[in-house]
Design a protein around this ligand. Structure first.
Ligand SMILES: [Fe+2]
Length: 148
């Protein structure tokens, strides 16, 4: 799978975990889905920062989008950390998850609409395939048990 396709697939998993979180009030289910989401967000951000962003910087018009992406990953990490200290039995849990959802979905949309098309346009098919292998390798190194 080429690199951008792989990242879009991650985005799909992130979106569906947010939907799961929206559709349950069961504390255990909330905790399980949130734990999964936290892992995927971490791995995904690492893979983008270590592999995608350095490569994408060589493409025209991407510098600002990449800087913004990094900031948004940091902010997302902070939000995840804050939620980790809240019990899913408290109503605040869902409130904070919803804030994270709004923030992250906006980030995913921006990447898909602005950054990814620029990268696809600037890289050859071969280069995109190579990006895919590098992303898979990085994800496996960051968290072998959850990466795929
Ligand atoms: Fe991202």
């Amino acid at each position: 799978m080429e690199g951008i396709e792989l990242l879009e697939k991650d985005h799909g998993r992130i979106r569906s975990l947010f939907s799961e979180l929206e559709s349950t009030a069961d504390p255990q289910e909330l905790q399980d889905s949130f734990d999964k989401l936290g892992n995927i967000l971490t791995i995904h951000a690492e893979a983008e920062e270590q592999v995608l962003y350095p490569e994408a910087r060589n493409c025209e018009g991407t510098a600002e989008l990449i800087d913004k992406g990094r900031h948004e990953h940091d902010k997302g990490d902070e939000m995840v950390l804050a939620i980790q200290s809240i019990s899913p039995n408290e109503s605040e849990f869902k409130v904070k998850v919803r804030e994270l959802q709004e923030f992250m979905l906006n980030h995913l949309d921006e990447e898909e609409n602005d950054l990814f098309p620029k990268v696809r346009q600037c890289m050859s098919d071969q280069k995109l395939e190579k990006l895919g292998s590098q992303l898979r390798e990085t994800k496996a190194n960051v968290a072998p048990e959850v990466a795929d």
